[in-house]
Each structure stands twice: as structure tokens, then as C-alpha cells.
Ligand binder design. Sequence first.
Ligand code: NCD
Length: 323
Amino acid sequence: MMGCTLSNLLGIRYTTKEQFLEFLHNSTQFVEVNQRAIKKVPSLRGRSIINLFLEPSTRTRVSFELAGKRLSADTINISGSESSTKKGETLLDTVKTIAAMSPDAVVIRSGASGAPEFLAARTDNISIINAGDGLNEHPTQALLDCLSIRERLGKLEGLKVAIVGDVYHSRVARSNVLAHRLLGNEVRLVGPETLVPPRLISADLLTPLSAETPGKLSVYSSLKDGLSGVDVVMVLRMQLERQSNFFVPSLEEYSKEYGISEKVISRYCPDAVVLHPGPINRGVEISSELAYGPRSLIARQVELGVAVRMAVLFTLLAGSHEG
Ligand code: NCD
């Protein structure tokens, strides 16, 4: 295993290409562990990890919990409805309380964009890991998406990647745009202008990367132009819980215009693989046939998510306390 210079994973915007590839490299070793009959290694024995999930989650929460347990760490889970934030305690006070018990890592999911950075700046000796913050980032999702793509296509560079749908509300999209630009891939954001505002490709997504970064980023409002010839189609969930106004005339209209089905893929990009971070709104942004068909990586994304989270925990915790 390679060493790591990071102690937190707050977002892909703070990660170099080298560090990103190192997480992927370390993940492949845990993919092998997860194929064994007994999927447990002693790597983080004696370490404690708190999973603080203040927003709903199934796959990310279970995946982080399993990852910690398979590394033999002691894991404790706190969900929004059980934590004192429900009694009015601020996030900072909740984390200060948790920090006083000296865990090695806090994995946090929060509806507040920037919460992981806020906490990392105010705690010492605890690795803060972002499991999704508001509209901002979801770095482990980008890592597991890239691992799934590399495994199926045999490469992770020189690709054309289309990200389709509710880009505006999607932290998955932000982390993936940053990751693919880091890798030098071409990224196309595809969807109606309300969900893919052209200003998204201005400062927000570009500043963390230097002007020389090769990855190209562009916006398309037509599926035909956006998907033509791409290698990867990443379909996003319509984030209805974050849409306080009407961003599309109706879900039926959206689905007719932007729903991704086998027919759409075979017409515009017949060699493409398809990803979706889940949970799926079946029949809205993606058809069931496609989601469960041969070009879908969705089940593999979930499977590889455990290995990626094991690699992140291992790389940050074991790497920084050698021996
Ligand atoms: C994503 C999330 O919560 O950001 N889900 C996940 O972690 N697998 C995407 C989504 O909710 O649409």
C-alpha cells in the first residue's frame, strides 16, 4: 500500500491527481479482500470511527459502516433523528462533544454545503471524511464511480463523460466533474437549462484546477448533442427534496425529453456504459430496462463502494499513524 499525505477527505477539489489515483490503487486491494469468504482484515484494529449521518442515506451509510467493520475498527453510527442536533444543538457543538471522546475519524453527511471543511478547521487529530455535503461534494462517490469505469473500460483517461440531469442540485456531479477534469477527460453536462445552468461551468467548478488542466467541460441542452459518441453516461437522480421551486414543467415532461433508456443510448452512444449513484427514480431519469441491463454499472458501483471506503479509511488512518 502506498502512503498518503492527506489526513482529511473533504472534496475532490482538495485532492491532487496523484492522491486520487492512490485512493483507487489502494481500493483494488480491498476489492480482493471483499471477495474472500471472511472479509475482515486487522488493519484498523483499535481505531474508532464515528459515522455522523444527518441526512437520509442507505448505500453510503451502510457502505462506510461495513468498511470500518471489515477493517476491524470500532464504528459508531449516529443518525440525524437520534442526534442532539434535533434538540437544537449546533453542528459544531455536536462535533466538539464527539471530538472530546477522541475518535480517529468522523465520517459526516450533512445537508449543509461546507460542513466537513467547517469541522476540519475546528477539530484536531481527527480525520474528517465527507460523505456528501449539501450541493457541494461527494468525493467517495466520484472515487467509486471512477473505479467502476476503469474496471469495465480498462482505462480512466482519454474518455468522454456525459453527466445527465439534475446537475444543479448534485454533489455527485460536482465531485465527478472535478475528478474527470483532474484525469484530463472531456466532461459534458447535459440537461434543461434550469438544471444545468451555464454559469455552473464558470468559477465554481473551474477555479480549483489550473488553466492548463486538460479536461474540457461543456454544457448541452439536447441529449443528441450531449451524448453523441461518449464513453460514459452518468445519470443523476432528480433531487426532488432539494427542488423548492418547479425546475421542470412536470416529471412526465422531463422524462420524455431527458429520460435515459436503452433506445437513447443505442442511438447516440452505442458503446457507452451507464452509471447512476442511486437511489433511482425508476422511469423518471432512467428506465428499469437500462438500469438493470448489461451496460449498467449500478450494482457494481454499490459493490465497489465498500472497497473504496475501506481504502479511504485505511489510507487516511493507517497511513498517518504508521506502525
Ligand atoms: C447520492 C447523494 O446522496 O448525494 N446518493 C448516494 O450517496 N449514493 C445521490 C443522490 O441522492 O441522488
